[in-house]
Design a protein around this ligand. Structure first.
Ligand code: GLP
Length: 254
């Protein structure tokens, strides 16, 4: 695992967009796994700018989003469908048929999850999976205790996660209690993983990512087992880690 530290969110986002750009230039029909949340927002802005300046072409790219809330209409302002449309999809030339998002409320949920896995397989698997991290170590919406063998599934959200995401709703009562998420195994099958960690509230999560044993109570710890993970962190998230582990030239190789 390579961990790179950046002065601020903007610097981190530029680097993230460059990694995505390299991936697409190397393989124009790349399959990307995409996250929501505030951490990847700057990266999406830079990717949009690269598209507008003609540096990037998304016409052959396929995308699979990590997760979606249950119980929100897809056009709800806080649904991840809406987040992705507003912050990325509608600004680039991705073909609508190449965009995939979990649709938790369409029909039988279990077969919907299986279908999502099937579509990922049919696309040839995920080349680059981009992730954020929850304060409790969740990736996607895989909460602590999720089996490492999990594939796309419905999960009950922990109170801490609902609390963290309440900032986007009028109150915590409006935050859905469940979501559909790619499983840990789905994520681990990606050929390359890019994890973005931004903000002081993630300092404990970053520390655990590096120091915790690989265990299901801290889902992101599974990434220690993946052969190709790059973690980009904003300086303010590093305060705990750097006390114990000095970065050399802003980089740690774990
Ligand atoms: C949500 C998403 C995660 C995301 C996390 C952190 O829980 N389901 O995929 O990583 O939020 O979001 P933020 O980057 O806003 O802290």
């Amino acid at each position: 695992m390579i961990i790179k530290r950046y002065e601020n969110n903007e610097q981190m986002s530029i680097k993230a967009s460059e990694i995505v750009k390299e991936q697409i230039l190397e393989k124009p029909n790349s399959v990307l796994g995409l996250p929501t949340g505030s951490s990847p927002l700057g990266m999406y802005n830079h990717l949009i700018a690269m598209y507008k300046s003609g540096e990037l072409d998304f016409s052959s790219v396929k995308t699979f989003n990590l997760d979606e809330y249950c119980g929100l209409p897809t056009d709800h302002p806080q649904s991840y469908h809406e987040f992705m449309n507003k912050n990325f999809f509608r600004h680039v030339n991705l073909k609508p048929e190449n965009i995939h998002m979990p649709k938790p409320d369409k029909g039988d949920q279990e077969s919907g999850c299986e279908d999502y896995e099937k579509k990922i397989r049919q696309a040839g698997g995920i080349d680059l999976q981009i992730l954020g991290i929850g304060r409790n170590g969740h990736i996607g919406f895989n909460e602590p205790g999720t089996p490492f063998s999990s594939r796309t599934h419905v999960i009950r959200l922990h109170q801490d996660t609902r609390q963290a995401n309440a900032r986007f709703f009028n109150s915590i009562d409006e935050v859905p209690k469940a979501a559909v998420t790619m499983g840990i195994k789905t994520i681990m099958r990606a050929r390359k993983i890019l994890l973005l960690i931004s903000g002081e509230s993630k300092r404990e999560a970053l520390y655990q990512l590096v120091f915790s044993s690989v265990n299901e109570q801290f889902p992101a710890s599974v990434l220690q087992l993946h052969p190709d993970v790059i973690v980009l962190v904003e300086k303010s998230a590093c305060t705990r880690l750097e006390k114990e582990y000095p970065f050399i030239n802003n980089q740690l190789n774990i």
